[in-house]
Write a protein that binds this ligand. Structure first.
Ligand code: SF4
Length: 329
């Protein structure tokens, strides 16, 4: 028994509707444990053959459509909403909404929102269905809730690299409904506004400030170290949803203009072993997923920077103008 809604009936109907015989399933890391159970149910109920993607997946930017092209008639992708990019095989997106047992946490968040009238309510795919009830609750308690759609995201939805739904919102603070610091950190760095986390999993309300300050101190240290660098590697992703070729080439020009060397490196997965052969380079700029440089930085020996951080290194941008790197779809 799980609290996730995998919408098995909708999947089976789709398979029967299009007469699909081979079905691909792809899950983000946290949902992979449900893969074999769902595969078994789909095979039993439709007679189709199921192929599970075993590769890591963190977003709809990284679909296994290219790997599965020619193998499956339908790819079912769980846990994310589609991005405005062209997928190579017909794809059914299942949000895998999470059913919370209680929304008591919202009550506790009121104390953290004291003195703040206009609230931006934000969450991720798994909790989008809770936003209307949460907004009603806040409004019944005297708050004004403001939400908008983003570019490629739904009302109140953020991705780790897309905060367009919270930018330029005239609010006093954001209330993030969900778990972890990953998305709240992005909201904070992207908007500079107060961000309160209502975490129903830990049953805890907290402020992102201390965590965001720690990350910014690390970013400052990486940028300072990269100012000594003479040779840069610019990492380009081969994943369609993370590929920013024009940006990578413009960064190479910017580095040359600053009198330094730059090399473009194409990678599918960016991790410490994949950079080992390039230890003659002094620092790396990530044009792939913007969160690799920010969230995984401590795993790497050499500084990993976002494109905006490179601008600070080269004196094109001031540290006071620190900007979150985002992918515009
Ligand atoms: S690029 Fe990174 S943050 Fe954006 S959707 Fe993909 S994995 Fe998530």
């Amino acid at each position: 028994m799980t609290n996730y809604q995998f919408k098995l009936d909708a999947i089976i109907n789709k398979i029967k509707d299009i007469g699909a015989e081979n079905i691909g399933l792809q899950f983000p890391e946290g949902l992979k444990i449900h893969a074999t159970q769902l595969a078994s149910e789909i095979e039993t109920k439709t007679g189709a053959t199921v192929l599970i993607s075993g590769d890591p997946c963190w977003g709809a930017c990284d679909l296994s459509d290219r790997e599965m092209e020619g193998l499956v008639d339908l790819l079912v992708h769980f846990g994310h909403t589609p991005l405005p990019i062209e997928y190579k095989v017909p794809t059914l997106f299942i949000e895998a909404s999470y059913q919370l047992e209680s929304m008591q946490i919202l009550n506790e968040s009121l104390m953290f929102l004291e003195g703040k009238e206009k609230i931006g309510l934000v969450t991720t795919t798994q909790h989008l269905h809770l936003l209307d009830d949460a907004a009603n609750f806040l409004e019944e308690n005297g708050k004004q809730v403001i939400m908008k759609e983003g570019s490629g995201t739904r009302k109140g939805q953020v991705l780790g690299c897309n905060f367009s739904s919270v930018q330029n919102l005239p609010v006093d603070a954001f209330l993030y409904l969900g778990s972890g610091n990953f998305h709240p950190l992005g909201i904070k760095l992207s908007t500079q506004k107060p961000v309160i986390i209502a975490d129903p999993y830990l049953n805890q309300v907290r402020n992102i400030d201390e965590f965001a300050d720690r990350i910014l101190r690390i970013r400052f240290a990486r940028i300072t170290r990269a100012k000594e660098a003479q040779k840069f590697g610019i990492l380009l992703s081969s994943k369609v949803g993370q590929s920013r070729w024009e940006l990578a080439k413009s960064l190479k020009k910017m580095i040359h203009k600053g009198g330094k060397e730059a090399y473009l490196i194409l990678l599918d997965e960016i991790n410490p072993p994949s950079l080992m052969p390039f230890m003659d380079l002094d620092a790396f700029i990530v044009t792939a997923c913007p969160r690799i440089a920010i969230d995984d930085s401590e795993m790497y020996e050499k500084p990993l920077l976002t494109p905006h951080e490179l601008e600070i290194v080269l004196g094109v941008r001031e540290w006071e103008d620190y900007k979150m790197d985002e992918i515009k779809y």
